[in-house]
Ligand binder design. Structure first.
Ligand code: DLL
Length: 433
């Protein structure tokens, strides 16, 4: 079944996409040069002028922007239009330093809503659906983005925001919501709570979920799909580039199509900043082609990812990004070994645990320690010490095979690790304190 929101764009030929991007990048660089002195200075420092940018193949000539630039330029330094043309701000959930504030004109919001509408339609959404938006509303972009997309598709939108879990479930049942939008960790929690309340997959009206804003594993996807009786689709985005909908999954559920009419992706080596060929793993860098109020060029996301131009069975032609493996800044270096929380999650779920865990890193006698605290599921719960020790050993071996280093595993009783209604915080690194 074909399901597109803007087929002529989503299924355009590669030549058409390139022509569209060539035209837009020239105009966007000119816009930034004329209106964003902060970036103009960076271009001048690199010896580049708008005349050097004739198309997308010249992108590599432009300087990068990083989170540090965004903090430097806070709050108005990267604004591309007069403030009175802006109609909204959103902000990242950063816990350290200044938050990043992103600005939007009405056109910026319209194109963002289109991106989210594409994601909803790709997940099977139509105007007959009831779309429960349980991402946080407010400064976070999740609620506003999917809310806008849901309106464009014409779904009946339930602007729930996150939290008040029992009320979420009541509305889900009473209004027979068919699409759920929230973080994967909140979807898992909602599923757990629904199960406790006696709702099996057949009693849950949902058919699809659009989950993102944090890294989640394939194993977690299967768990959520089973508990809620749905198909779970990934969605990616970041505040700096508008929010959710920069990329989204289609029926193939194998990587997210990047909305290439609005965003150009590159993969770079995070250390050397060299652009890597398609298919390589590296840091994802985005250039926004249309956004006028906050027009970021070559923004380093810090997300570790791969791109693929393999033909997709859904018919979309836009390049796909794989599930980000993690962020360069949430990669832990433990005894010299690179460890991503997503690798630990994969081992836990493969051994039958849910994604309720905490990773605690410390340092004793100048040696890093890695403790993984994980909840037993109600089915496996026991107070037999021998059984617990055997289970712990199994996980220690599984983690050793995945990571190459030894971790200490602590099994704890069900429901003793705090659940998350938004992005889960799973790592406690006591070395930084
Ligand atoms: O998380 C926007 C969003 C809202 C995306 C709702 C999807 C759904 P920020 O708070 O600025 O924006 O955080 C952006 O979250 O750089 C990634 O590290 C991470 N992230 C977002 N989506 C995914 C995903 C929103 N699907 C940062 N998989 C990004 C893995 C993701 N990580």
């Amino acid at each position: 079944m074909e399901r597109y929101f803007q087929k002529e764009i989503e299924c355009a030929s590669r030549e058409e996409i390139k022509a569209m991007q060539d035209e837009k990048i020239v105009a966007q660089v000119k816009h930034v040069w004329e209106n964003v002195p902060y970036y103009k200075k960076k271009m001048e420092k690199k010896g580049v002028t708008p005349d050097d940018i004739k198309g997308i193949d010249d992108l590599y000539k432009l300087p990068f922007l990083s989170k540090a630039d965004l903090r430097d330029a806070y709050p108005y330094g990267l604004l591309g239009v007069p403030l009175d043309e802006c109609v909204r701000i959103h902000s990242t959930s950063g816990t350290t330093g200044k938050r990043v504030v992103a600005f939007y004109t009405q056109d910026d919001i319209d194109l963002w809503d289109d991106c989210c509408a594409r994601a909803i339609v790709a997940a099977g959404g139509t105007k007959s659906d009831v779309c429960q938006v349980s991402y946080g509303y407010g400064l976070f972009t999740g609620g506003a983005g999917l809310n806008g997309g849901s309106h464009k598709v014409g779904c009946l939108t339930l602007p729930m925001s996150s939290g008040s879990t029992d009320r979420q479930i009541m509305f889900n049942q009473d209004l027979q919501a068919t699409i759920l939008c929230c973080t994967p960790s909140y979807a898992a929690y909602l599923g757990e709570r629904m199960k406790e309340m006696g709702y099996g997959p057949d009693e849950i009206p949902l058919k699809a979920g659009i989950f993102g804003a944090e890294a989640w594993s394939e194993e977690m996807r299967h768990d959520i799909e089973k508990t809620l009786g749905i198909k779970a689709y990934d969605i990616y985005g970041l505040t700096e580039l508008s929010g959710p909908g920069v990329a989204f999954e289609c029926s193939e559920q194998n990587g997210m199509h990047i909305n290439e009419d609005h965003f150009v992706a590159e993969i770079i080596d995070p250390d050397t900043e060299e652009v890597l060929p398609i298919g390589s793993e590296g840091e994802l860098v985005f250039t926004a082609l249309d956004k006028k109020a906050f027009p970021l060029l070559r923004y380093r996301t810090r997300d570790i990812c791969r791109l693929s131009l393999e033909k997709c069975s859904c018919g979309r032609t836009h390049v796909r990004m794989c599930k980000p493996k993690g962020r360069t800044d949430d990669m832990l270096i433990i005894r010299g070994v690179n460890v991503f929380p997503s690798q630990i999650e994969t081992v836990l779920i493969n051994h039958g645990y849910a994604a309720n865990y905490q990773i605690i890193v410390g340092r004793v006698n100048n040696t890093d320690t890695l403790d993984v605290k994980v909840e037993m599921t109600p089915e496996m719960f026991t107070d037999n010490i021998g059984d617990i020790e055997a289970r712990q050993k199994e996980l220690v071996d599984g983690l050793k095979a995945m990571l190459g280093i030894k971790a200490k595993v602590i099994l704890v009783a069900p429901k003793t690790i705090q659940r998350s209604e938004g992005k889960a915080v799973r790592v406690i690194d006591n070395r930084k304190i």
